[in-house]
Design a binder for this molecule. Structure first.
Ligand SMILES: Cc1cc2nc3c(=O)[nH]c(=O)nc-3n(C[C@H](O)[C@H](O)[C@H](O)COP(=O)(O)O)c2cc1C
Ligand SMILES: Nc1ncnc2c1ncn2[C@@H]1O[C@H](COP(=O)(O)OP(=O)(O)OP(=O)(O)O)[C@@H](O)[C@H]1O
Length: 193
């Protein structure tokens, strides 16, 4: 079951290791988080589940900003599977979701999808309580009983690899550099001219 149609469809007895985010492009930074999650899951003999937003939250929160994705949703799913995510749960990012705090969001998730660990990167922000967000995530984890595993930033040329950085490289037609950060060739969606 790679694609979970809704949180309600989750049927698995063992709590999973959770990843969360857009994961556009599934670049080397994302790949490192998946690897870390897989290592934890292997120790616990469980699976890695990623909750991914089909539409980038920025499109809902800041409609004036144009977000040009690096790959289509099906390309994203293919990469995620190739890098070893066991279950992918796509969520639509809606305004009703955007108002939830980190704790409220994880309370809803944990009721539907039990998880022991959440693997996040250096730049993760989760919930409407954006101020001191990292502390809010950690407090929510303590209260709800899961572990937060924070991954160090994966760098290239001393700067973190991010989807935005890759988008900028493509805009400059620096395709080889973009692919070096992605860790795979560009998808059809953003094919070289
Ligand atoms: C429940 C929830 C509420 C959010 N509320 C806000 C918000 O109020 N303002 C904001 O800028 N981002 C908000 N976000 C978006 C996050 O900051 C972040 O962009 C999103 O979770 C995508 O994660 P990623 O950037 O790690 O892929 C919210 C996210 C979640 C899950
Ligand atoms: N280079 C990286 N090293 C470690 N973690 C990373 C890296 N890039 C992203 N992450 C983590 O991956 C998760 C998903 O992030 P997200 O989908 O927002 O990617 P992003 O590359 O930061 O995208 P954008 O540039 O659009 O914000 C977050 O927990 C984030 O901190």
């Amino acid at each position: 079951m790679p694609l979970l149609e809704s949180l309600d469809k989750f049927k698995q007895e063992k709590p999973v290791v959770l990843l969360l985010g857009v994961y556009d492009g599934v670049h080397k930074g994302h790949q490192a988080l998946i690897k870390k999650a897989k290592e934890i899951a292997a120790l616990k003999k469980t699976k890695v589940l990623l909750i991914t937003f089909k539409n980038p939250p920025a499109q809902v929160l800041f409609p004036e900003r144009k977000v040009e994705l690096l790959c289509s949703f099906s390309e994203r799913v293919r990469h995620l599977q190739e890098y070893g995510v066991d279950i992918i749960c796509p969520l639509e990012f809606k305004k009703e979701l955007a108002v939830l705090t980190a704790k409220q969001f994880f309370e809803i998730i944990a009721k539907k999808i039990p998880f022991t660990d959440l693997v996040i990167g250096f730049s993760a922000t989760i919930g409407s309580d954006q101020k001191n967000n990292r502390a809010n995530i950690i407090k929510a984890a303590e209260e709800l009983g899961f572990r937060v595993v924070e991954h160090f930033p994966v760098l290239q040329d001393e700067l973190p690899i991010t989807s935005s950085r890759i988008r900028d490289l493509i805009a400059k037609e620096s395709y080889n550099e973009a692919e070096a950060l992605l860790g795979h060739t560009l998808d059809n969606f953003k094919k070289r001219p």
